[in-house]
Ligand binder design. Structure first.
Ligand code: MF3
Ligand code: CO
Length: 275
């Protein structure tokens, strides 16, 4: 099978991607501070757009295949690609927020999920397990030969506790938001792309409290679970450095805290001085 070409980044290009990653981190921090019952998903979108524009950056989702907003905000049984609008967030909602920005032509892409109080403990478990699956998947890139290590690690962590969405996958990222290779969140016969210095991918597991199957709503974007179960989504953009260490470009600390349990003896380029 012919493979699409993977865009390998130079250290200087990875540093440029770090600037985009930090803008996304700032935007999502502002959204975290604003998300609560009573706000609309459009309110959150405005918060993110203000931060991105204020940094002199460009929202990457806006206009992507005519997508109409800066964020994707997906609530409860919505998995990904929820369009911000008049929906008012309610107590107990599971809210997933996905954000992308472009700086000097380079993209960053990241998402988090949270449960608004009062939280159902099973929703808290869903969100925490999805985040842990993301960190396990990222950590698996360290020392791996192939990107299929990500899906194996996510699958191992999740087991049969939650559904793993297969219809949407992680991806290469660089001068476009979506590049080869695909990075599935499940165990696959396809070994994927070679893990090598200059590889930059978005790792983004999506888990559900029910089955893995999803469908798109009539708005042409919003993806919901077929069985109505609640879903969560976490995502970071991560680079493999020349020495093999990982640099999580959309995490302010470079991934140090999230990867510490998985890579206790190092392997993470912390902070702003990754390369
Ligand atoms: N950021 C999403 C992803 O993780 C894609 C967003 S689709 C868009 O790959 F249309 F909203 F841009
Ligand atoms: Co993505």
């Amino acid at each position: 099978m012919a493979r699409e070409r993977v865009q390998i980044k130079t250290p200087e290009q990875v540093r440029a991607m770090r600037r985009a990653g930090l803008v996304v981190a700032d935007a999502l921090d502002a959204v975290r501070a604003a998300v609560r019952p009573g706000v609309t998903t459009a309110d959150l979108d405005a918060v993110a757009e203000r931060v991105i524009r204020g940094a002199g950056a460009t929202p990457s989702f806006l206009g992507y295949f005519d997508y109409p907003a800066t964020l994707c905000v997906s609530v409860n049984d919505e998995v990904v690609h929820g369009i911000p609008g008049a929906r008012v967030l309610e107590p107990g909602d599971v809210v997933s927020v996905d954000c992308g920005a472009i700086v000097d032509g380079w993209h960053g892409d990241s998402a988090f999920s949270t449960v608004l109080p009062p939280a159902d403990p099973q929703d808290v478990d869903l969100v925490a397990t999805t985040e842990a699956a993301m960190w396990a998947g990222i950590a698996a890139l360290h020392g791996a030969a192939r990107t299929s290590a990500v899906g194996q690690a996510v699958d191992d962590l999740v087991g049969d506790r939650f559904g793993i969405v297969e219809e949407y996958v992680g991806h290469g990222i660089g001068t476009a938001m979506h590049q080869p290779p695909d990075v599935p969140n499940y165990r696959s016969r396809d070994r994927g792309a070679r893990v090598q210095p200059g590889l930059v991918v978005a790792v983004e597991p999506m888990l559900t409290r029910g089955g893995p199957d999803t469908h798109e709503l009539a708005d042409g974007w919003t993806v919901t679970t077929d069985d109505g179960s609640r879903a969560a989504h976490w995502e970071h953009t991560v680079a493999v450095l020349p020495d093999g260490r990982l640099w999580v470009l959309t995490a302010r600390d470079g991934g140090a805290a999230g990867l510490a349990p998985w890579l206790p003896t190092g392997g993470v380029a912390a902070g702003a001085d990754g390369v």
